[in-house]
Design a protein around this ligand. Structure first.
Ligand SMILES: NC(=O)c1ccc[n+]([C@@H]2O[C@H](COP(=O)([O-])OP(=O)(O)OC[C@H]3O[C@@H](n4cnc5c(N)ncnc54)[C@H](O)[C@@H]3O)[C@@H](O)[C@H]2O)c1
Length: 339
């Protein structure tokens, strides 16, 4: 898989033109809420398939609709599927590309911060079924990921925060220097998108994800550390019926993991305080009256549990993490009172 960066619109258009020479047809899966900001895309003379908005595009019905459209338009083994969007579109387009005619070439163009630092890297594709997220999917790497950072200019603050949460995760589990960089820059970044500050940060995060995935492509072991903050985060997202953003939920989840790491003596007071003050920059509200029993059920149902035992990711330093096997769910539930 190649990762390429494009710095301006003209080069971006040229790049797509080169694909047109290489493949007999190009099918670009995207959403109206994205392409409306980039009308130049509609002048590119490629097949643009507009998918349902947000998570609704990751449904079996949408998958079937897209497959039928591809067949009607004679998409074949020499065609190229492109997914241009956030993680929802790249998950869908990856699954479409992996299964159409048993797999055709696939290029991803992530347009959200989360898409750039996380979803477009690592080869996971997915659809949601019966309200269960990512129930169906497979590992299918794109041939190329095309990064055009200017897409971030049209992203709202909430979507940017979803990406910042993942960036903080990489810093906490893998990279002390990145943590320091965030300590200096996060407050300004939360206020306004600054592409020049973000570029190196995105590149660092992509490299971290590539390194982790290289060691555990099929998510059997070490890749689990990327789950830091996600045990509680996923439970909270589900508990609040996805009205809590993914980023917020993961930040709360990382807060709990950091607190428990401190309580267990893995982090010292100073390290914990620094993490806390980084997280405080997001100004998240206090969560009131959480029903602990419901959160417990949600944690018990987490797909990552093995034999009902929880692998919980904890910090041993800022920039270092470990997998705590069969960690106490009771301790996690008790810790929820800090939120
Ligand atoms: N495959 C993986 O490894 C992986 C990893 C993390 C998350 N995911 C998946 O990613 C999805 C979440 O991704 P997301 O956070 O990118 O959200 P998303 O794909 O739902 O996009 C968020 C919203 O932003 C809009 N949008 C996207 N780019 C835009 C732009 N440049 N300008 C304006 N609007 C834009 C979208 O239309 C959508 O409404 C979830 O489905 C999750 O399961 C996958």
């Amino acid at each position: 898989m190649i990762i390429n960066q494009i710095n301006n619109q003209i080069r971006f258009i040229d790049y797509i033109e080169t694909y047109k020479k290489k493949y007999d047809k190009i099918f670009l899966l995207t959403q109206k809420s994205i392409i409306q900001h980039y009308p130049f895309m509609e002048r590119l003379d490629i097949n643009i398939l507009i998918c349902r908005e947000k998570e609704a595009c990751k449904s079996i019905e949408e998958y079937e609709t897209i497959i039928k459209k591809l067949a009607t338009k004679h998409c074949n083994k020499k065609s190229l599927i492109m997914g241009m969007g956030g993680g929802a579109i790249t998950d869908l387009s990856g699954f479409v590309a992996s299964s159409y005619m048993r797999g055709i070439k696939h290029v991803l163009i992530p347009t959200t911060l989360l898409g750039m630092v996380d979803a477009s890297i690592g080869g996971k594709t997915a659809l949601n079924v019966n309200n269960v997220r990512n129930l169906i999917g497979c590992f299918y790497n794109p041939t190329e990921v095309l990064l055009y950072f200017d897409f971030l200019q049209t992203l709202n603050q909430k979507e940017m925060c979803n990406g910042y949460a993942e960036i903080i995760k990489y810093a906490l589990i893998l990279d002390y220097k990145l943590f320091e960089l965030l300590e200096t820059n996060i407050a300004l970044l939360i206020k306004s998108v600054n592409i020049e500050t973000l570029k190196p940060i995105i590149q660092i995060c992509i490299q971290h994800k590539l390194n982790v995935v290289k060691d555990d492509q099929f998510d059997d072991n070490y890749r689990m550390i990327l789950n830091f903050g996600h045990t509680v985060g996923h439970a909270l997202e589900s508990y609040y019926n996805y009205k809590l953003s993914h980023g917020q939920a993961i930040i709360y989840g990382m807060e709990i993991s950091s607190y428990l790491s401190f309580k267990e003596g893995l982090l010292n007071n100073n390290q914990y305080n620094r993490i806390e003050s980084l997280i405080r920059q997001f100004n998240l509200p206090k969560l009131k009256n959480i029903n602990i029993k419901k959160i417990k059920d949600l944690i018990n149902n987490d797909k990552k549990n093995i034999h009902n035992k929880l692998n919980y990711i904890m910090l041993t330093n800022i920039g270092e993490a470990k997998i705590a096997k069969n960690y106490s769910k009771e301790k996690i539930l008790d810790a929820l009172q800090i939120l």
